[in-house]
Ligand binder design. Structure first.
Ligand code: UT7
Length: 328
């Protein structure tokens, strides 16, 4: 049985951090950030009392309302995140409590920027097995919590946000998630990481002083791998499914850098008109970028039955992958 996306929703915190705001606190410029990344502004969850579970719970509530179901009907909640409220319990359990999804089990999935694609494919397996009817898959991040706002190499790139989808059995074999190819290469772990707070480097005076509770990235190194792997996986998904560039309705890529997105579209031979881009408004929201794009297309009434969507991502791990969805 195939799994189809039957509802979508997004939730972005209201507070905007623009490139001009960053110019006030860092040696950077709006021009540098725009031309190197495509980002103009990002959203920040300012309330210190609120974290990723808040963003994800809003998404869950909106999906439940849009689909017109009760929370008790949800069988499983998967939250893809690298900024959970706490190491444990899972953020998914907090969402389960907040929306009173009393019959759902719940877990977090750690796939960094590819987390949503990992989670989407995982959720689809439970539908395919015939054991679950309603699986909520959410990507959510409070990236501002792990940003070093004195490090211009990283803090200009990321923003906060969440979005998700409801998976249900598809009406037939020709709709829903039709293909997925996911990858990992742990050798990339040395280029994009947050060392502090885990069992290797538990929180201490030293970990704080050494700024180990912030995200670190070797941008150039990650860029090289991302540009190759995103384009390769997009091409692979097209070949495996006999999709020509005309067949693809939308490319929905992870939003890390506009130049990576453009290179992927170019390799696929598709026009940028057919590419979901919102990095200018939200920056890189890690596991949330792809579902935010899907939710926006859906809200704008741009998705109709039979549309071919190619979803591709690349992120820490390294993790990367592609999913082919025929919209139901
Ligand atoms: O989502 C997970 C996966 N992540 C990615 O896919 C991100 C991949 N990497 C990238 O998108 C890019 O590498 C960056 C946007 C992070 C950086 O762009 P770049 O074109 O690779 O720049 P660079 O790292 O080569 O830096 C060029 C210069 C450096 O100055 P020097 O050493 O040449 O004098 C940096 O210090 O730009 C400088 N720089 C900045 N200048 C102004 C770095 N950050 C900034 C900044 N403002 N914010």
């Amino acid at each position: 049985m195939k799994a189809a996306i039957t509802a979508t929703a997004k939730y972005l915190p209201e507070s905007i951090l623009s490139n001009h705001d960053l110019e006030q606190i860092l040696d950077t410029s709006d021009e540098w950030i725009r031309t190197r990344t495509g980002i103009r502004e990002r959203r920040i969850l300012k309330d210190p009392e609120k974290a990723t579970s808040h963003l994800c719970s809003e998404v869950a509530r909106r999906i439940i309302e849009k689909r017109g179901i009760s929370a008790e009907e949800i069988d499983l909640i998967i939250v893809a995140t690298m900024t959970p409220d706490m190491i444990f319990p899972s953020t998914a359990c907090l969402v389960q409590k907040n929306v009173a999804a009393s019959n759902a089990w719940a877990f977090d999935l750690s796939g960094a920027c590819s987390g949503f694609l990992y989670a989407l494919n995982t959720g689809a397996q439970f539908i395919a097995a015939g054991t679950h009817d309603k699986v909520l898959v959410i990507g959510g991040e409070k990236m501002s919590a792990v940003m070093d706002y004195t490090d211009r190499n990283t803090c200009v790139l990321f923003g906060d946000g969440a979005a998700g989808v409801l998976l249900e059995p598809a009406q037939d074999e020709h709709h829903g998630l039709l293909d997925a190819k996911l990858h990992a290469d742990g050798r990339g772990s040395e280029h994009l990481y947050m060392q502090g707070g885990g069992s290797r480097h538990p929180a201490s005076k030293e970990t704080v002083e050494n700024r180990m509770h912030f995200l670190h990235q070797d941008g150039k190194q990650v860029f090289k791998s991302a540009v190759t792997q995103m384009a390769d996986i997009a091409e692979e998904i097209m070949k495996r499914n006999n999709l020509s560039s005309d067949d693809v309705t939308y490319l929905i890529p992870h939003q890390a850098n506009l130049r990576i997105i453009q290179a992927t579209a170019e390799r696929m031979g598709i026009d940028m008109q057919k590419v979901a881009v919102n990095i200018d408004r939200y920056g890189n929201t890690s596991a949330a970028t792809i579902p935010i794009c899907i939710a926006e297309l859906d809200e704008d009434g741009k998705l109709s039955s039979g549309n071919n969507l190619v979803l591709v991502s690349f992120g820490a791990g390294y993790t990367w992958g592609g999913i082919y969805v025929r919209w139901q």
